[in-house]
Write a protein that binds this ligand. Sequence first.
Ligand code: 13P
Length: 276
Amino acid sequence: MLVTSKEMLERAKVGGYALVAPDYYDNNSCRAFVEVAEELNQPLILSFASEVHDDMLSLEEAALIGRYYAETAKVDIALHLDHGTKFETIKKAIAYGFTSVMIDASSCDFEENVRRTKEVVDYAHARGVVVEAEIGHVGSGERYSTDQDDSIYTEVEAAKKFVELTGVDSLAISIGTAHGHYKGTPVINFERLNEIRNALDIPLVLHGGSSSGDENLRRCATEGISKINVFTDFVTAAFESVKKGNPKDWFELLKMSDEGIKDVLRHYFKVFNCIE
Ligand code: 13P
């Protein structure tokens, strides 16, 4: 069933687990994610990063596919726009039926981030859609532990003020993860997570889940993060599964890719403390 992410996030926050938010990029990945959620009887935040993956799938195509699988699913599925930086993209996603959107103005200064987030919150809330924003900046794994590192850790007071000024529903914070593969080893600042969690009432989100280490992610999920975004690990597993399986034809290749994706999602449902 297609739902908003509001209640499922609140339940995760109280329950001490993190929802899995996988990014789909085509019909097969979308279907694979929903099939695993149904198999494990778990809610899912089915995400699409339109501005990153529109060479694979347009926002309109993604909405039609995502809504179809969400609406026909036996479990709760929120359809989420990931990393919307343009108001235009966000308005379109809402018009096409996404039930949750991210406004990512984390590269802007504090005032501009507040202004752009508030604009989206007002627009989305008037249409029954929930909003995630980011404060601090989760940078790129390729630059991690180098002098080019573009991550900015979230400050507790800034996060508090940001939430008060914007009325956002959930907040992505930067505590040591990064997008994509890491240069070096990810180090998570659990103390900062604890401080932010104690200072804020709304659910917290972690981006850059891939290759962050199961132990780190488990701790994040049980110590205050209510949603973890994962992308790179799925495409890596799909490719590895095909390479290892040596498919005899195209259809076998597609099946192997689906199985690679599904195994990663099953794994993360366990790591994020959603299931035993
Ligand atoms: P990874 O590709 O590092 O898993 O990051 C995904 C993400 O945060 C999408 O918003």
